[in-house]
Write a protein that binds this ligand. Structure first.
Ligand code: A2H
Length: 253
């Protein structure tokens, strides 16, 4: 970090109808939650999206007439990267809280689930990415920890108006084989380090360091059109594929 711009893949997760009440004025438009990821090759394993309930989000119009939901900070960055009709200008349609968009049904690219839901994650930072995170609990220790918290604590679900159907049917999907860590590497390190919750900051940092490089250099795809190939060969190919079909974009910050 700090040496130059970081390239992210911006994953477009389409809101399914009916939109939640706060978004009902957007009924005639295609609306997307947009998530910045460093791991486009893991999109086969998406089980949900994350937003932070107490954070502010906006809905704005893109140059192509779609509506994106993300933080205002990231929308401003996008306005200098050709995402808006007028450079540097963000056409804000709505101000939202994270809670307003929890529990919405989404259609996300590549994943085998036909519908996934927006759920609460408390560790999302305001100052990076879009404030929306796509969740791949098989390969991201943060995502797995937050999903387990919701699965095993009904009061935590209730607090954020998350229903059982949005969480309980969704388990980590085996998508990448990592030597020594198996086909659900985030689950393996979560258990090895005895992580207790998404608040276990130090252990989660250690978990990420353990699996990140190994996943990138030694991981083998188990699913999709690049099945059997190495993650490092597939990352750019998959990014290109989903960008070309309009399901993603390149975003820098
Ligand atoms: B990654 P960097 Cl499978 N707050 O995507 C907290 N985390 C955020 C965020 C925010 N505002 N914006 C993005 N992220 C997450 C996939 C993934 C990611 C996997 C494994 C590791 C991993 C699925 N979640 O990231 O600090 C997003 O999660 C490990 C760091 O900007 C994004 O990529 O470098 C990554 O952190 C960006 O982190």
């Amino acid at each position: 970090e700090g040496v130059g711009p970081q390239e992210y893949t911006l994953i477009k997760m389409r809101l399914m109808k009916p939109y939640p009440s706060k978004l009902s004025c957007l009924d005639s438009k295609p609306v997307f939650l947009v998530a910045a990821t460093l791991r486009p090759e893991t999109m086969y394993g998406q089980t949900n999206a994350w937003v932070r309930p107490d954070m502010r989000y906006i809905a704005f119009t893109t140059a192509s007439g779609e509506v994106f939901v993300c933080t205002e900070r990231s929308a401003r960055n996008m306005s200098y990267q050709g995402f808006t009709e007028v450079e540097g200008k963000v056409n804000v349609l709505l101000q939202l809280s994270g809670q307003d968009i929890i529990g919405v049904a989404l259609k996300a690219p590549v994943t085998s689930h036909s519908v996934i839901y927006t759920l609460p994650m408390l560790s999302i930072r305001e100052d990076k990415g879009t404030g929306v995170v796509t969740s791949v609990p098989s390969d991201s220790p943060d995502d797995y920890a937050a999903l387990v918290d919701l699965k095993k604590k009904p009061p935590f679900r209730e607090k954020y108006h998350v229903t059982d159907e949005m969480v309980l049917p969704y388990d980590p999907l085996p998508i990448i084989q990592v030597p020594d860590y198996g086909n659900l590497c985030a689950v393996t390190v979560y258990e090895q380090l005895k992580i207790q919750s998404q608040n276990d900051k130090d252990k989660l940092q250690e978990a990420k360091e353990l699996v990140y490089l190994k996943g990138f250099y030694d991981g083998i795809m188990l699913v999709g059109e690049f099945k059997g190939k190495k993650v490092q060969e597939v990352k750019k190919l998959l990014q290109k594929k989903i960008v070309e079909c309009g399901d993603a974009a390149i975003y820098y910050e």
